[in-house]
Write a protein that binds this ligand. Structure first.
Ligand code: ADP
Length: 260
């Protein structure tokens, strides 16, 4: 709490009271902290691949180029780290674009079929799923409609399916399901993967939060996927929730208002 005080005087300069202004700065300070943490996190996330790229280029220049085998191995690492930088930057740009549009008066929503969006998200994830022999199943009524922004909603569902595949064992099933629940459309992505321990659940939607940093990085994760999903849900006037049982699987749900 911030307080400013001043005396109130009459025309003769006699004191007739005091004016105290109390300002609640906790919210502002919290926002400022979030912004500072975010900048620190972004810098750190970008620094890691750049340091690796630089290190391997230096090793190559220092003589590793002479061995064709070493050179190839190091160049492959350099490519992978550059791809990583690119993913982080793409995700950061997606996040800021959604935020900007939401602030500018909202993203464009149109009444449309949910099934088409889910189908195209599934098609986008099919190659990665096939590599792990994960089966993607779809259950959604043709008639189900909602107010939606198709490209953004597809991106949210792709992020959820991508995670479901990433954190699932081979030969498992990922179920993508949508249904009408009261005045909401609920889109559900259910996996049979490793699950998420209860203490991590409230934090997985934060930017750069990972349950297992090393594992997420190895899988090519940027730590921004679920933050993007959360923003897209909010831009639709909805929200995202998660339910998970370690060792059994996780279910992520997008709750979208059917009418606005
Ligand atoms: P990442 O790029 O690391 O996957 P996300 O924002 O998409 O970042 O997810 C944040 C973290 O939440 C992940 O690092 C992972 O620990 C956990 N997570 C997300 N989805 C799942 C899932 N389906 N099963 C288990 N853990 C998950």
């Amino acid at each position: 709490l911030q307080a400013h005080g001043s005396r109130l005087l009459d025309s003769q300069g006699e004191s007739i009271g005091a004016l105290v202004v109390l300002n609640d700065v906790t919210r502002l300070r919290r926002l400022e902290n979030v912004r500072r943490d975010f900048v620190a996190n972004v810098s750190h996330e970008l620094k890691t691949p750049i340091t690796a790229i630089r290190g391997f280029v230096e090793t190559l220049l220092d003589g590793a180029l002479d061995s064709k085998e070493d050179a190839r191995r190091f160049l492959e690492i350099i490519i992978r780290q550059s791809e990583r930088l690119q993913s982080i930057i793409e995700d950061l740009l997606s996040l800021s674009r959604i935020e900007q549009e939401s602030e500018k008066g909202g993203i464009e929503l149109q009444e449309g079929p949910v099934r088409a969006v889910l189908l195209s998200a599934i098609q986008a994830c099919e190659p990665t799923a096939q590599q792990k022999s994960v089966e993607l199943q779809l259950v959604c009524d043709e008639a189900l409609r909602s107010r939606l922004n198709a490209p953004l909603l597809e991106q949210a569902v792709v992020n959820l399916i991508d995670n479901a595949v990433k954190y699932s064992p081979e030969n498992s099933v990922v179920l993508v399901q949508a249904m009408s629940r009261g005045d909401q459309v609920v889109i559900e992505v259910r996996d049979q993967g490793r699950g998420i321990a209860r203490e991590h659940l409230p934090r997985v939607f934060e930017r750069f939060y990972r349950v297992d940093k090393a594992r997420s990085r190895k899988q090519g994760g940027t730590g921004l996927g679920l933050a993007i999903v959360k923003h897209i849900a909010q831009a639709h006037g909805g929200r995202v929730t998660v339910e998970s049982e370690p060792g059994t699987g996780s279910t992520f749900r997008l709750h979208l208002p059917q009418k606005k």
